[in-house]
Design a protein around this ligand. Structure first.
Ligand code: PLP
Length: 371
């Protein structure tokens, strides 16, 4: 069997930075709870993205949950959420007993369609918060989305789980709205094995999130709780991996861009292939190189042809309004997200890939088209 090529797998630094920070945690017995790596990882990430404060949490999903709570979302509240995303964007809305309304995508960005968002505000003027996703590392149309949300005075949460390293008009995604979240899950551009971060310029809200995420322990010698708590903090070991990974983020973005450009050069001439959109205002991190097939070849054909050669690829996320678990909730839009799902393929975008690996992937696809 040929060497497995992955969609996106963990890639530790060649320099071994992660091990240095972990070793320090062992040497000082700061295994848990919290500790220096957590404090420093929060500061270093906040500095990197240009945010005033950050809270290191156990996952990106936990960060979305805490962002919703910080934004005041509770029982019966309506939250707008893009339909084209991973389920982890929408699940925390339900954890808060709130009600998602799913919003369609836009072909220009693949992200939340501002026109559909306007329509949603007309139908649900009492909406409590809006979640925006920067899918596959492509920034959403933030100027228009922010203008609409500011006009209605509704807080914006950016799910930047896939877009660490992406800039929108020179600003880091996750720092344009009121709250931003990042994920360090195993398949993301950098990973801590698992973890997340919530960022905001509202320092007081971030402090409150740290309080909720450590079981909401009041300042008292005995165990006193006046609010519901969660066990959502990141461990000091995990944060050590994160500090090391942050040092190679720019390198990873560079390689992801190289991978995208390689595919574009090699595959764009094939019948009906269209790569993910680029916009002037968008400096993506190219987390996953993704394409749409408009010709006779279907995504499943390409995915299966690659799998036969031990190469991993995936369909585009299945929209939330098409998911059995979210069927009963409202959806605003047409069929853009559905079409992206039906025609999209995510190509292997692992930063450890060599040129030979990339050629192997391209040859399988070219051979399929020429068969
Ligand atoms: C990965 C991901 C998340 C969840 O992050 P976890 O750290 O796995 O909980 C949320 N939203 C999107 C868009 C993601 O891709």
């Amino acid at each position: 069997m040929k060497k497995r090529i992955y969609l996106s797998s963990p890639h530790m630094s060649d320099e071994g930075y992660e091990k240095i920070f972990i070793k320090e945690a062992f040497d000082t017995n700061w295994i848990a709870p919290l500790g220096k790596n957590v404090d420093e990882f929060e500061k270093e990430l906040a500095r990197k993205v240009g945010s005033k404060a950050a809270a290191a949490l156990s996952s990106g999903t936990a960060a979305i949950h805490m962002a919703l709570k910080a934004a005041g979302v509770g029982e019966g509240d309506i939250v707008f959420c893009p339909t084209l995303t991973f389920a982890a964007t929408a699940n925390p809305i339900i954890y808060q007993n709130a009600i998602p309304v799913f919003i369609d995508s836009d072909y220009e960005t693949w992200n939340m369609c501002p026109d559909a968002l306007e329509e949603a505000f007309e139908r649900y003027p009492n909406v409590k918060a809006v979640i925006v996703v920067h899918l596959y590392g492509l920034a959403a149309d933030m100027d228009r989305i922010m203008e609409i949300c500011r006009r209605h005075n509704v807080p914006v949460i950016e799910d930047a789980a896939e877009s660490l390293g992406t800039y929108y008009k020179g600003k880091h995604t996750g720092t344009i709205g009121d709250y931003g979240i990042f994920s360090f899950n195993g398949n993301k551009i950098i990973t801590t094995s698992g973890g997340g971060m919530l960022v905001s310029d509202n320092v007081e809200r971030i402090e409150k999130v740290r309080f909720w995420a450590t079981q909401s322990r009041d300042k008292a010698r005995h165990y006193q709780h006046s609010e519901l708590g969660y066990n959502y903090r990141m461990s000091n070991i995990v944060a050590g991996i994160g500090r090391g990974q942050l040092k190679v983020l720019d390198q990873r973005v560079e390689k992801k861009r190289y991978i995208f450009e390689f595919y574009k050069r090699e595959l764009s001439d094939l019948d009906g292939i269209q790569f993910m959109p680029s916009n002037d205002w968008n400096e993506p991190n190219y987390w996953l190189s993704t394409m749409i097939l408009n010709g006779k070849v279907r995504p499943i054909d390409v995915i299966e042809a690659l799998e036969k050669e031990n190469i991993e690829s995936r369909p585009v996320w299945k929209p939330m309004h098409m998911q059995p678990v979210f069927e009963k909730y409202d959806f605003i839009g047409t069929d853009v997200a559905q079409k992206l799902f039906e025609n999209g393929v995510c190509l292997p975008s692992d930063t450890k890939m060599t040129d030979e690996d990339l050629e192997r992937v391209c040859n399988v696809i070219k051979n399929y088209y020429e068969r």
